[in-house]
Design a protein around this ligand. Structure first.
Ligand code: TIU
Length: 222
């Protein structure tokens, strides 16, 4: 893959295929299926499921083109030693991180709910970054992995737009990576946060990055 130009806001996103990674954030059952962590926080998970199919199309294209693909998962060790007590307590919810659910212990590594949905399941050669926080760079080896492969640009999909996607894009931006966020491949439990989460990225001349969508990416990547 050579150089590409993807129509985007605030202006076109330019990059090089060999130096671009598709990063899919936290497409875990715990966030997109009923009975998981997202629902335990009081959310209706159904709006998030609309991101699966467009993300699958972009993932398939990236694989076909030989573009690097990275997946992340938010979650914790079984003993929760890597989970701040404040994160467990926050929200005063009845069901909390580490508690039993129909999909296993909420947000705990190795549990059914913690894993990635089958439609987007990683294949051999695609690194999975297990992260304890909202940001994909915090307390992970993501930056090392991207630098080792000479990655400069990230095409970002996943959930949720204003939480883990925004946090990760801001972390990536401060590290000098150029981020393109795909509006139909990122989802929020809140329509107003979806809108604001995307607007904040592309405002001020692309203060954190660019916004496009799956159709424009698929057309541009050929
Ligand atoms: N992955 C991610 O966004 N984690 C969250 O907890 N998101 C919420 O919107 N709660």
């Amino acid at each position: 893959m050579s150089r590409y130009t993807i129509p985007a806001e605030p202006y076109e996103f330019e990059g090089e295929g060999a130096r671009t990674a598709l990063v899919i954030i936290d497409m875990q059952r715990d966030f997109v299926e009923p009975g998981g962590f997202g629902e335990a926080l009081g959310n209706d998970v159904s709006p998030l499921r609309a991101t699966i199919e467009p993300t699958r199309r972009v993932l398939e294209r990236a694989r076909r083109l030989g573009m690097m693909v990275v997946h992340t998962r938010e979650g914790h060790r079984a003993d929760l030693t890597d989970c701040p007590p404040t994160k467990i307590a926050r929200g005063r919810g009845k069901t909390r991180i580490g508690d039993a659910s129909a999909m296993g212990r909420l947000l705990v590594r190795g549990e059914h709910g913690h894993d990635i949905v089958p439609e987007l399941y990683p294949i051999a050669g695609e690194p999975i970054i297990d992260k304890p926080g909202k940001g994909a760079f915090y307390a992970t080896d993501l930056e090392l992995i991207l630098r080792n492969r000479g990655i400069a640009s990230l095409i970002v999909c996943g959930v949720t737009t204003e939480v883990c996607v925004n946090t990760s894009v801001r972390e990536a931006n401060d590290r000098g990576f150029e981020c393109l966020v795909l509006s139909d491949c990122v989802g929020s439990y809140f329509p107003e946060f979806q809108k604001a989460g995307l607007a904040m990225i592309k405002a001020q001349g692309g203060i954190f990055g660019w916004v496009s969508d799956s159709s424009r990416v698929l057309a541009a990547l050929g």
